[in-house]
Structures are given as structure tokens and as C-alpha cells.
Design a protein around this ligand. Structure first.
Ligand code: FPP
Ligand code: MG
Length: 287
């Protein structure tokens, strides 16, 4: 299954409803907690790995819907650091699926570049197997100049780990005099997160009936509209997606006032730019 599909698989009523929604505010950034793969597998008496594989197929379908609606950025929770507590067998199956999909991504890089899709992995890559990190680094590098749409894959990620990493970067910056203590601000923390320079998600969708964040983008989602649905991720349909966007549109006016303050000194600006540069250079060293 490809990462990017063409629009021919959408029926005309689906396209029509999608078109109607484009008259309202379209979220710039949508995040997904793709939950319920194993319950889906259990219901069908198949292996968990089959549930995860169907979960990837649903991701690729969802990306097509997002592109169709003109959503610029999508972030998906693919592997939490908490998922390391699962059985060895399930972790290996998830890593194998991810290897297969990132190899496929590299094979179809021309298609991604044609659609202008930039792929980023957010998370603690040092916790992942080397060959997987390498495939991810390569995928980021070959798509990094694309600007039409951004896909952030949270892998080896938790919000706590991301915030701890940001605090540690800032503390080191102060210790080595690249930053002043007075540079510590909301804006500075924003800019040290794995997701920077992405805007916060406007809409977060979680499937499977669980009504919690599970340590996903806890800093960034403070003002997001959160849509919970009982549908298991592999069963998620375009109608479920359009309903979530419609609910966001009904509530979007409530969130208009929030703007991230911007108050950085020249020294702090340089620190942030250096940090980004270091992150990019690290990708080349992984290869
Ligand atoms: C949550 O369902 C899902 C995951 C932990 C894995 C999500 C991964 C994919 C959809 C594949 C994506 C792959 C790539 C390469 C981006 P669960 O296992 O918690 O199911 P449950 O809630 O029913 O137990
Ligand atoms: Mg789950």
C-alpha cells in the first residue's frame, strides 16, 4: 500500500461533501491518535500485526482525504515510547511494518515530491534500531524541500520526553552562555520542541473511544479542538473524518484569540537556529 493515493477512490458524494466543507475554515494542522488496531484484529480473529497493517492502510487513505481538503499539515502518533512496554513480538512486528513502509516511501519519493509532501519524524530516534533510524533520516532528507504538505510521524515519541528534551536543551544553552536565563519563555519552549516550526494542531482526532491524550503533543494541543470517536482506527471512514472537521468548524471561532507570543532576543534566535541546524546535521551523520 502506497503512502499517497490518487483521488479516484473517493465517490462523488464524498467529494461533494468535502467540497462543501471547504467553504468553512479548514484546519491548517490535524493530529491523529490512531487507536484501536488490536481491538480491530481481535474482532476479526486475526493477528495484531494484521490490525497494524490495516492501520497503515487507513493512514494512507486519511492522508489522501487531508490533501483533498487542503489540510497543510498532519501529525500521527505511530509509536509511543510507552509502546516499548508491549511484547517483544509485537514491537518487532511494528518495526518490520515501519521498515517496509519507509522502504516503500523511498521507492515512491518522486510521487511524494510531485505532491510536495515533506515527511518528518518527531521523537527520540536514539531509542530506535539503527537501520530504522537510517530509513527515517533518509526519508526526511529526500523530502525536506517540499512545502505543499507536511506529514509528521511521531515515532519513539511522548510529550513528556519532548518537553524534557526541550528543557535540557535550554538548560545547556544557559550553562554554556548561548542563552540568558531571561530568554526562558513560552516561545522559547515552543521553539525547542521536536515539532518546531509547525503550528499547533487545530484539530486532534482520537479513535477507539479512549478519551485521553496518552502523552501526545500535550504542550501543543492546549488550545486544539479535540474530537473523540468510538470507531476503531482501521474502521475510520471518510464520513467520520468529515464529521470531525465539521465539528471543528462549528467550534473554530472559540479558538481564534490564541496566538503564540513572539518575544525572542537576537541571542535566543541564534540559539534556536543553531539547534535546528544541529538536528539537521545529525540526520546526515545517521546515514
Ligand atoms: C494503536 O492501536 C496503534 C499503534 C500503537 C500503532 C499505530 C501504527 C500504525 C497505524 C502503523 C503506522 C505505520 C507507519 C509506518 C507510520 P493499539 O495497538 O493501541 O490498539 P488497541 O487500542 O486496540 O489495543
Ligand atoms: Mg490502544
Amino acid at each position: 500500500m502506497s503512502w499517497i493515493r490518487d483521488n479516484s477512490s473517493m465517490t462523488w458524494p464524498q467529494r461533494f461533501c468535502g467540497h462543501v466543507l471547504t467553504y468553512g475554515p479548514i484546519p491548517k494542522h490535524v493530529a491523529f491518535i490512531m487507536d484501536g488496531n488490536r481491538r480491530y484484529a481481535k474482532k476479526r480473529n486475526v493477528d495484531n500485526s494484521e490490525g497494524h497493517s490495516k492501520g497503515f492502510d487507513k493512514l494512507s487513505e486519511t492522508l489522501q482525504w487531508c490533501l483533498h481538503l487542503g489540510i497543510k499539515e498532519v501529525t500521527v502518533y505511530a509509536f509511543s515510547l510507552e509502546n516499548f512496554k508491549r511484547t517483544r513480538e509485537e514491537i518487532e512486528a511494528l518495526f518490520d511494518l515501519t521498515r517496509e513502509k519507509f522502504k516503500k516511501l523511498l521507492e515512491e519519493k518522486d510521487k511524494l515530491n510531485e505532491h510536495g509532501v515533506c515527511v518528518k519524524i518527531i521523537g527520540n530516534l536514539s531509542k530506535l534500531p539503527d537501520d530504522l533510524t537510517k530509513l527515517m533520516a533518509e526519508s526526511m532528507l529526500v523530502t525536506r524541500h517540499n512545502t505543499q504538505a507536511i506529514l509528521n510521524v511521531a515515532f519513539g515519541y511522548t510529550g513528556h520526553d519532548e518537553l524534557t528534551n526541550a528543557m535540557s536543551q535550554i538548560a545547556n544553552g544557559v550553562k554554556e552562555n548561548h542563552l540568558d536565563y531571561s530568554d526562558l519563555s513560552v516561545d522559547m519552549i515552543d521553539k525547542c520542541l521536536y515539532t518546531y516550526p509547525s503550528p499547533p494542531p487545530d484539530l486532534l482526532i482520537r479513535t477507539s473511544g479512549e478519551t485521553r491524550l496518552s502523552d501526545f503533543m500535550i504542550w501543543q494541543c492546549s488550545y486544539s479542538y479535540i474530537y473523540f470517536t468510538p470507531v476503531l482506527w482501521p474502521d475510520f471512514t471518510l464520513w467520520d473524518f468529515l464529521t470531525a472537521v465539521f465539528m471543528y468548524q462549528r467550534n473554530a471561532h472559540l479558538f481564534d484569540d490564541y496566538k503564540t507570543p513572539n518575544s525572542m532576543s537576537a541571542k535566543a534566535d541564534k540559539f534556536v537556529n543553531d539547534l535546528r541546524e544541529k538536528r539537521l546535521n545529525r540526520l546526515y551523520t545517521v546515514l
